[in-house]
Design a protein around this ligand. Structure first.
Ligand code: GLN
Length: 472
């Protein structure tokens, strides 16, 4: 079998169809690579070797019948906050260390219908709270580009698995940047769909008005294949939509106007990243796109607004982990002791910090001053984008203000970690789709270009992404 590094989902499908190798052989090859490299990388929390091989075998029997699907026999990694029936699902938390999923998430069901292969569950910041995967209760995940640095987060395990050929593609979740930022840090493609495009049923909730599941992959084409497989209306998630009816017509590069927000190139941005991102935008101009400076004036409040709304939703979503219904339980003393001690010993420090912030922001007397006000400014942030999209088709800028940082560099000061999300969070607040794709390196460290689209215009984002990849 050819070198795994050269394999994309697209290429593997073509080879499977031509019977150059079987799905079982492909799964074995990738599983062997996980065994060989994951001691060093730490991308996976659990490997699902037996079930993966059984799924690959089923894929082979479909191929034998000449029944083809886009993800037939493709080995994937799944973030450990997405449920796979019968398998452990920890969300990177001690409180769910021994929890086994009782049903499949809708995205998993959809991938099963295409006979995809699930290799294992990937490491993440506890309940997806973090930007470095250092908040996992279980292990460190290293950035495959530089083992002394973090892979980003919270989908750091999924990003590291894709970047080190431990899978052909992966699923992550993005509440404030958790797909795009680790993709940028690991030098791969990460895509956060429009809010509602993908069902959240079976995704462990962090902040429900912001969470979306999306793909991480080596190429834009692969991310698109994965997105197409998981999108669509689901009666189990009332916020999901009939994607096919809503999607916008795709624009060609030479008909596009690209907005470049001046607020995204402010002093907080590493100049070397600014140069790479501007050089990437230049390629679009050379191909006939119009470039226009735009302004998103309310984006300066995005971090403040996000760190009110997100913890508020976190505090109510995580109330269910009470030592009674799910997971870890400290059975001592009376009922209140069980609640308090189970939560105290089950949750890590960042999760507790956010539960406290959120509970405070929602409490009587403070609700109007914090949560309600944040919601009003959220509407203004969305309004900025609506205004900008009257004149432009896409918005481009950086994904992160800094290059991948070293372990421990930002753990002492939570605020410095929160500021890493400055360019990704506005997109979630506005419910927009956005992609991170590699646009060069500084030394060994990759830089990401962010492409933001209109609601349900993922097609134009993919079009732009594919053009950029081909131009390299
Ligand atoms: N890094 C952000 C946070 O800590 C985003 C997390 C996410 O998207 N899940 O909240």
């Amino acid at each position: 079998m050819a070198n795994l590094e050269s394999f994309t989902i697209k290429k593997a499908i073509d080879s499977l169809k031509k019977k150059e190798f079987s799905a079982v052989e492909l799964a074995r090859e990738v599983l062997a690579n996980i065994k060989k490299t994951d001691d060093r990388i730490g991308a996976y929390l659990s490997a699902l070797e037996d079930s993966a091989l059984a799924q690959a075998k089923e894929a082979d029997s479909q191929i034998a019948k000449s029944e083809y699907f886009d993800l037939l026999g493709i080995p994937l990694a799944i973030k450990d906050n997405i449920l796979i029936k019968g398998e452990k699902c920890t969300a990177g938390s001690k409180i769910l260390e021994n929890y086994t999923a009782l049903y499949d998430a809708t995205v998993i069901k959809k991938l099963r219908m295409q006979y995809a292969v699930f290799l294992g569950k990937t490491n993440m910041d506890e309940f997806a709270m973090g930007s470095s995967t250092e908040n996992s209760a279980f292990q460190k995940t290293k950035n495959p580009q530089d083992l002394e640095r973090v892979p980003g987060g919270s989908s750091g395990g999924s990003a590291a698995a894709v970047a080190s050929n431990q899978c052909l593609g992966a699923l992550g979740s993005d509440t404030g940047g958790s797909i795009r930022q680790p993709a940028a840090f690991c030098g791969i493609v990460g895509f956060k769909p429009t809010y509602g495009a993908v069902s959240r049923y079976g995704l462990m909730a962090m902040a429900s008005s912001l969470d979306q599941i999306g793909p991480l992959a080596k190429t834009v084409e692969d991310a698109e294949i994965l997105f197409n497989a998981i999108c669509g209306k689901d009666r189990m998630d009332a916020t999901s939509v009939h994607y096919g009816e809503l999607k916008l017509p795709i624009k060609k590069i030479n008909q596009m106007t690209i907005g470049v927000p001046k607020e995204y190139f402010d002093k907080g941005l590493d100049e070397r990243i600014a140069d790479k991102v501007m050089a990437a935008i230049k390629k679009f101009e050379q191909a006939g796109a119009k470039i226009k400076e735009i302004s998103l004036p309310y984006s300066k409040y995005a971090i403040a607004v996000y760190y009110i709304i997100m913890p508020s939703e976190v505090s109510s979503n995580l109330a269910r982990y009470d030592g009674i219904k799910y997971g870890f339980s400290r059975q001592e003393g009376d009922l209140i002791d069980v609640y308090l001690n189970s939560r105290d010993q089950g949750f890590g420090p960042e999760v507790k910090r956010r539960i406290m912030l959120g509970t405070y922001a929602l409490s009587a007397g403070y609700y109007d001053a914090y949560y309600l006000k944040a919601q009003k400014i959220r509407a203004k942030i969305k309004g900025d984008f609506d205004e900008a999209f009257k004149d432009v088709d896409l918005i481009m800028g950086p994904v992160t203000p800094n290059l991948p940082f070293k372990f421990g560099e930002k753990t002492e000061n939570p605020l410095s970690m929160y500021l890493e999300d400055i360019y990704t969070v506005p997109v979630n607040l506005a419910g927009l789709p956005a992609m991170s794709l590699p646009c060069g390196k500084i030394g060994d460290l990759p830089v990401g270009l962010q492409i933001i689209g209109k609601h349900f215009d993922e097609g134009t984002i993919f079009e732009a992404g594919k053009f950029y990849e081909q131009s390299l």
